[in-house]
Design a protein around this ligand. Structure first.
Ligand SMILES: NCc1[nH]cc(CCC(=O)O)c1CC(=O)O
Length: 318
């Protein structure tokens, strides 16, 4: 008899929904029994700005520690929260089919960004979203925000903010797309590398499990996010850099083609390097690296560092 797989999850509604989704996939596709095990992370307890806790990595390390200790067998993360360098002893066993990767607006009175009056308070703690919002030149007042998806949306309902920016994927998983007042076109708001994708991890030494979980992998999603994360790695940008990247695998005349675009910005959104390229999905990392090298040649690194990452911190809500 195969033992029940213990799947570690954070306690937030988004994390338990994502973990529940993967547990269902494992039951349906692998025929294995799964139980959810709750893990608490520093990022869940503290309401300090995420950057001051060492970025979104705090969400990931607690789950990985539980894996390494043997407390759980499988962990599910939002791929965009995972650092680009591989973790010793941990296998990224599967990346299932991605949700819609775009960012979404939840604004008062059903408004879109363009309809919000000058001076409206927009909540986001992401330097990437701050920079791209500022670049739209709408005169919006971008204010830091933390807390889970529900907390953020409640701050719009309560009037503390006129709007918040969130990943559409998270809202979709929580069954809350009805509350989205605008889904942003990547032309205006390129998502974070890996946004909308999940990462299923296990101990690398559990070779049979690594092989089993690989059945849940979607090769097209894996190629797209591999290219996006290569951009992140080559630009040596962390999760808190004003960097957006989006790749897609599309059917071309000669088979599948990988298409990727990326933007690196100064913190205030005043300067940007924006580029795109295509390649083969089998050379996804190489394609992302090449795009990032071209961006570096255009000054992307100094540009992202030019005004540092102070902007969202400076405007942090008290
Ligand atoms: N940074 C937190 C985080 N990590 C993943 C998601 C959403 C789900 C996803 O992108 O897969 C979110 C919330 C958000 O950005 O709105």
């Amino acid at each position: 008899m195969t033992p029940v797989l213990r799947l570690g999850t954070r306690r937030s509604a988004l994390a338990t929904t994502q973990s529940g989704h993967v547990a269902d996939l494992i039951r349906a596709r692998l025929g294995r029994e799964v139980e959810l095990v709750e893990i608490t992370t520093e990022g869940d307890i503290s309401s300090a700005p995420l950057a001051s806790l060492g970025g979104t990595g705090v969400f990931v390390s607690a789950l990985r520690d539980a894996l390494k200790r043997g407390d759980v067998d499988v962990a599910v993360h939002s791929l965009k929260d995972i650092p680009t360098q591989p973790e010793a002893g941990i296998a990224l066993a599967a990346i299932p089919t991605r949700e819609d990767p775009r960012d979404a607006v939840v604004a008062r009175d059903g408004l879109t960004l363009g309809e919000l009056p000058v001076g409206s308070r927009i909540g986001t703690g992401s330097p990437r979203r701050v920079a791209q919002l500022e670049a739209l030149g709408l005169g919006l007042d971008v204010v830091g925000i933390r807390g889970n998806v529900d907390t953020r949306i409640r701050k719009v309902a309560s009037g503390d903010y006129d709007a918040v920016l969130l990943a559409r994927a998270g809202l979709a998983r929580l069954g809350r797309v009805d509350e989205i007042t605008e889904t942003l076109d990547p032309l205006q708001m390129l998502p974070a590398p890996g946004q909308g994708a999940l990462a299923i991890e296990c101990r690398a030494e559990d070779e049979a499990l690594v092989a089993d979980l690989a059945q849940l992998d979607d090769p097209r999603t894996r190629a797209a996010v591999t290219a996006e994360r290569a951009v992140l790695a080559t630009l040596e940008a962390g999760c808190s850099a004003p960097l957006g990247a989006l790749a897609e695998v599309v059917e071309g005349d000669d088979g599948d083609e990988l298409w990727i675009r990326a933007v690196a910005m100064s913190a205030d959104g005043g300067l940007s390097v924006r580029m795109s390229t295509t390649g083969s999905p089998t050379d996804a990392a190489e394609t992302g690296n090449r795009l990032a090298s071209d961006m570096l040649a255009e000054g992307a690194a100094s540009l992202m560092n030019s005004t540092g990452m102070e902007a969202p911190v400076r405007k942090q809500q008290r």
